[in-house]
Design a protein around this ligand. Structure first.
Ligand SMILES: [Zn+2]
Length: 384
């Protein structure tokens, strides 16, 4: 009996945690219907995985211009040598610095500026986008992901000199709303885990502002090599990053996961018609490696971070269940009667259960995974 009580207490706390949404969005520009809701959902989804005690402040600009060379772009705020900084002389994005410091280190400043170019044919709904539209929730999760720590201040200038922390303001298309961190003269904490094929750390393999460093950034595969958590989330191997193909593009190389990675928010793998709305286990591994505390929101499956989460709870009209390799979800009432089943024949990352017509009360959601035969059960409350 003792064991069962503990299990229910754990499940209950998981469900309560999943409700916290700790992002605020300030939006400038004309909003298409559904955009604000999609942003909120994107923040809520990251909140499902990360311990966010100091709220994240996102500054959103909506522009609409065919000539702009991006569909979305993010500038992350940051700090080095803040109170409790784990690694000195290293730039941490302010979202993370705030959690580590336990209070805002950037009072009065946003944590990130995100520009969305609405010339991109975005889909603002919560279902699956048509094949010619780009999913806004996935895009917002990607952009927010940069502000959470997928952030590099590596640079190679026109003379092939490579550096970390010396990105000239003239190299970026717009000015951030906060002081430009690209010239803080130190690598980001994300940069400090990048290794080359040789195994050498990229940030220290050659002197700052040298052509040797420029060559190292531009040539050869690059990896996020996190010995504590990241590699463990990726079959005990480093995670390949974008770049190293003989050129360097600011805002593209280093700070993305390599395009060959499927189901990965921070890669370039996905495009129009796709949704990537839950972090891959190696993305959570990277965030944990650089200093984030993860929530125990889901199910540890085979000792990996194979997660499923559900929201909202209590639920009214729809219960959403997201995760990788979900084969089926079932809802039971408290005496164990099967109320409904939703099979994941389309291999979606997110399923919904229509709860509009179900009575108020306590239910149990059972999630089946097709890669292991494992299942997980969560307590759900329906309240209209
Ligand atoms: Zn990006």
């Amino acid at each position: 009996m003792k064991k069962i009580t503990l299990l229910f207490a754990l499940l209950f706390s998981i469900c309560m945690n999943a409700q916290v949404n700790t992002f605020s969005f300030t939006i400038t520009g004309t909003q298409p219907t559904g955009l604000a809701n999609a942003l909120t959902i994107a923040g809520q989804k990251w909140s499902n995985y990360l311990q966010i005690n100091v709220p994240v402040k996102v500054n959103v600009f909506l522009v609409n211009a065919a000539f702009l060379p991006f569909s979305a772009i993010t500038f992350a705020n940051g700090r080095k040598n803040f109170p409790n900084a784990p690694v000195p002389n290293t730039l941490y994005v302010s979202t993370l610095a705030n959690q580590i410091a336990g209070s805002e280190v950037n009072v009065g400043e946003y944590d990130m500026d995100i520009y969305f170019n609405l010339f991109t044919p975005y889909y603002y709904g919560t279902g699956n986008p048509p094949s010619n539209k780009t999913d806004f929730i996935s895009t917002a999760m990607h952009e927010i992901g940069h502000g959470l720590g997928f952030y590099s201040d590596g640079y190679v200038d026109g003379s092939n000199k490579g550096s970390f922390g010396y990105i000239p303001p003239s190299a970026i298309p717009v000015s951030p709303s906060f002081p430009w961190r690209g010239q803080d003269s130190v690598p980001s904490i994300f940069d400090k885990y990048i290794t080359r094929t040789s195994g050498n750390l990229l940030t220290t393999c050659a002197p700052q502002n040298s052509t040797a460093l420029g060559d190292s950034i531009k040539n050869g595969a690059l990896y996020f090599n996190g010995p504590l958590y990241a590699n463990a989330s990726h079959s005990n191997t480093p995670i390949r990053l974008a770049g190293g193909a003989g050129t360097y593009t600011l805002g593209v190389d280093l700070l993305h996961i390599h395009k060959t990675y499927a189901n990965t928010i921070m890669s370039y793998y996905w495009g129009a018609g796709d949704t990537v709305r839950i972090p891959a286990q190696w993305e959570l591994g990277i965030l944990k490696e650089i200093g984030w505390n993860l929530k125990a929101v889901g199910i540890k499956e085979n000792n990996n971070y194979s997660l499923a989460s559900s929201y909202p709870n209590p639920t009214n009209t729809n219960l959403f269940v997201s995760g990788q390799n979900i084969s089926e979800v079932k809802l039971f009432n408290v005496i164990g009667d099967l109320i409904c089943t939703n099979q994941n024949n389309l291999k979606a990352e997110e399923l919904s259960i229509d709860t509009k017509y179900l009575d108020n009360g306590v239910y149990f959601l059972k999630v089946h995974f097709n890669n292991s035969g494992h299942t997980s059960t969560k307590k759900i409350i329906i309240r209209h």
